[in-house]
Design a protein around this ligand. Structure first.
Ligand SMILES: Cc1cc2nc3c(=O)[nH]c(=O)nc-3n(C[C@H](O)[C@H](O)[C@H](O)COP(=O)(O)OP(=O)(O)OC[C@H]3O[C@@H](n4cnc5c(N)ncnc54)[C@H](O)[C@@H]3O)c2cc1C
Length: 261
């Protein structure tokens, strides 16, 4: 007897209805939305979910959002969303959603821009703006499991008020001697600012990695770059220019994901 197996959709890619559990303001333009998932599945730090909104007339818009929380937190995930000017989905998520609302999501998605402690290090993380989100999942995971994989994070934001998770990042760096964080504030710096004050470039990356135990040019260092597409292009090219082997650099571009129907 021949059994013809019907090809079912991968369970992890099925849409499910999440409940908005909590909403927290991170910066003037960014909010974190905690979603409770009926079909929660452990993710790998760096992965994302797709969000799909459906209007009463059937119009749909779909976007991707990285998971900010660590995989060890069961049953729910955090998405951190920056409100894009006139953005279709991000404005809805930042301005309209309230706790108790239901949302259609699917995930976790992605197998390339991921890191977990079993993969080792050292790690060089480079974030532009909201590009910190998947890197934060990696840092939270590292902290929760108590790993001391050496990490350097270079985080570019417009101003100190725009640094997402600032207090938590500072706390993580205080409690882990092998985590070092460098900020560059490109538009506005507080009085007495000691950090960088320009866009990420080759000399900055060279300085940040020079004294690193796993200098970025070393064969074992894993490099993750995330942010808006132009930021990622510049940072990734600059890394290669200072001698980092391209195959060690993983990038995630937060460009438009399209997806209106
Ligand atoms: C893998 C992945 C992970 C991501 N993770 C995150 C995350 O963690 N957090 C996050 O905030 N974002 C993330 N993004 C980006 C996110 O998916 C959306 O692209 C973002 O929220 C903007 O969507 P939107 O619907 O609000 O804006 P859209 O409606 O898509 O518009 C985007 C911008 O383009 C402008 N625009 C739209 N149409 C036009 C037009 N015709 N002409 C000129 N300008 C126009 C809008 O003004 C707006 O500023 C991720 C993207 C990817 C691919």
């Amino acid at each position: 007897m021949v059994v013809i197996a019907k090809r079912l959709p991968e369970p992890r890619l099925a849409w499910q209805i999440a409940t908005v559990q909590a909403i927290q303001r991170e910066t003037p333009r960014v909010k974190t939305i905690t979603l409770r998932l009926p079909d929660w599945m452990r993710h790998r730090p760096g992965q994302h979910y797709d969000v799909r909104l459906t209007a009463p007339d059937g119009y749909q818009a779909q976007r991707s959002y990285s998971i900010a929380s660590e995989p060890e937190r069961e049953g729910e995930i955090d998405l951190t969303v920056e409100q894009a000017p006139d953005g279709e989905v991000s404005v809805y998520m930042c301005e309209v959603l309230v706790p108790g609302d239901l949302m259609e999501v699917r995930g976790p998605i992605g197998g390339y821009f991921v890191w977990e402690t079993s993969m080792g290090g050292p790690l060089l993380l480079v974030a532009g703006g909201v590009g910190i989100v998947p890197l934060m999942s990696m840092l939270r995971h590292r902290a929760v499991v108590g790993a001391e994989v050496p990490v350097r994070l270079l985080y570019s934001a417009r101003s100190l008020e725009d640094v997402i998770y600032y207090q938590e990042l500072e706390q993580l760096a205080r409690t882990s001697p092998t985590l070092e964080i460098y900020y560059t504030l490109t538009r506005k710096q507080p009085p007495g600012w000691q950090g960088y004050a320009r866009r990420v470039d080759g000399p900055m990356l060279q300085e940040v990695t020079a004294s690193f135990v796993g200098a970025a040019q070393g064969p074992a260092t894993r490099v993750y770059v995330c942010g808006p597409t132009p930021f990622v292009e510049v940072a990734a090219n600059a890394l290669v220019d200072i001698g980092v082997p391209p195959e060690q650099v993983r990038t995630e571009r937060f460009g438009p994901t399209g997806g209106s129907a």
